[in-house]
Design a protein around this ligand. Structure first.
Ligand code: NAD
Ligand code: DAU
Length: 335
């Protein structure tokens, strides 16, 4: 099989590329990524010389590049996106461009090239926000109710993917996953940001009252869910994927501090995110009963191995912290 992976130099996409080449070594992977601030070829150094791996630096919004990359492809796994909610508040237009237009260009090309499967990676944020005091979880029937420019752009891309299935018969699947964490995550996101600041003895900026809840899934479990969907999922279907670990932000931060043996006085409550979704929770009922998915990691084991990775890979994040990231950090946290 020949797979076109978009966004394979990012956090989750690179986990997929590393995992797939290790476990499906008869397959070929073409990784199409334009290396935005979040794309990092350091995530792929151990596989870059594999004969069945090829990297193309290119933009999913460029139809010519996409059509060239699509030649002879059996399966598209589409990760490429602008992925950070805070940046979507600072600059929504980039999200509309990449997440909506880029997905539309990929879908059209996949249709023209008659790919056997287009798998679209989406998010639980498309469903909106849940009350803190309810036990409701998102599932495949939950109506879309996105609240941020990021989630609105992902919801739009999901709708386009469904439209290409219903209108043109493109063989699609979609997964809507909860918050990922693990090695190689860009330090703008909660968990790596808090680990790195704690290691450096810097303040940990918790938005609002810190009681917002997220469901956390270890990246490798997300990749295994995608593998199950590619191998056994039904065409046209959507699968929700969660880590079965709902935790309040401040408890995530306290956990990190306690594992690193640092004091809680490093916690700094700061101005809340605009339109901050209160709670996400997602049901694994469909993917567990239909495809046999069960996350292998609980938060306790996943956060320990994630922290150990950041402790042992200091050169990786020290390089990332240089340059543009400093400007972003200052504009987000030091205004
Ligand atoms: P990321 O920001 O770490 O990586 C995104 C990658 O896409 C980068 O390598 C970047 O260079 C590439 N990219 C961006 N714009 C591009 C363009 N125009 N052309 C080509 N490549 C481009 O993101 P991530 O956290 O790995 O998320 C990957 C996907 O998973 C996204 O679609 C995101 O919406 C979805 N998702 C993320 C999470 C999460 O918790 N991180 C949860 C659920 C779903
Ligand atoms: O739910 C899936 C989504 O999870 C993905 O689709 C997104 O791509 C991914 O970025 C993530 O979105 P969140 O907004 O939930 O993740 P983030 O790591 O930015 O924030 C997690 C929570 O922590 C959220 O409630 C905001 C809070 N937070 C975040 C940062 C960066 C803080 O309190 N302080 C911070 O500095």
């Amino acid at each position: 099989m020949r797979l076109l992976v978009t966004g394979g130099a990012g956090f989750i996409g690179s986990e997929f590329v590393r995992y797939w080449l290790k476990n499906h070594n008869q397959d070929n992977i073409i990784n199409l990524d334009n290396l935005t601030y979040a794309g990092n070829l350091d995530n792929l150094t151990n596989i870059e010389k594999f004969p069945n791996y090829q990297f193309i630096k290119g933009d999913i919004c460029d139809a010519k590049t996409v059509n060239n990359a699509m030649k002879g492809i059996d399966i598209v796994v589409h990760f490429a996106a602008e992925s950070h909610v805070d940046r979507s508040i600072l600059e929504p237009s980039k999200f509309i461009q990449t997440n909506i237009l880029g997905t539309a260009i990929l879908l059209e090309s996949a249709l023209q090239h008659k790919v056997k499967r287009f798998h679209h990676i989406s998010t639980d944020e498309v469903f909106g926000s849940l009350d803190l005091n309810s036990s409701t979880k998102f599932n495949e029937e939950t109506p879309y109710n996105p609240k941020s420019p990021y989630s609105a752009s992902k919801a739009s891309s999901d709708m386009l993917v469904r439209a290409y299935y219903h209108t043109f018969g493109l063989p699609i699947t979609i997964s809507n996953c909860s918050n990922n964490y693990g090695p190689y995550q860009f330090p703008e996101k909660l968990i790596p940001l808090m680990i790195i600041n704690a290691i450096q003895g810097k303040p940990l900026p918790v938005y609002g009252d810190g009681l917002n809840v997220r469901d956390w899934i270890y990246t490798e479990d997300h990749i295994k869910a995608i593998e199950l969907i590619l191998e056994k999922g039904a065409i046209g279907e959507t699968y929700c994927v969660g880590g079965e670990s709902e935790i309040a932000n401040v408890d995530v931060v306290k956990k990190i501090l306690s594992i690193l043996n640092k004091e809680e006085k490093l916690i700094n409550y700061v101005k809340d995110r605009l339109g901050h979704d209160r709670r996400y929770a997602i049901s694994n009922h469909k993917i567990s009963t239909k495809l046999g998915f069960k996350p292998a990691h609980n938060f306790e084991s996943g956060i320990k191995s994630t922290i150990a990775w950041y402790q042992n890979n200091r050169p990786w994040w020290e390089r990332v912290l240089k340059g543009d990231y400093q400007k972003y950090y200052a504009s987000q946290y030091e205004k």
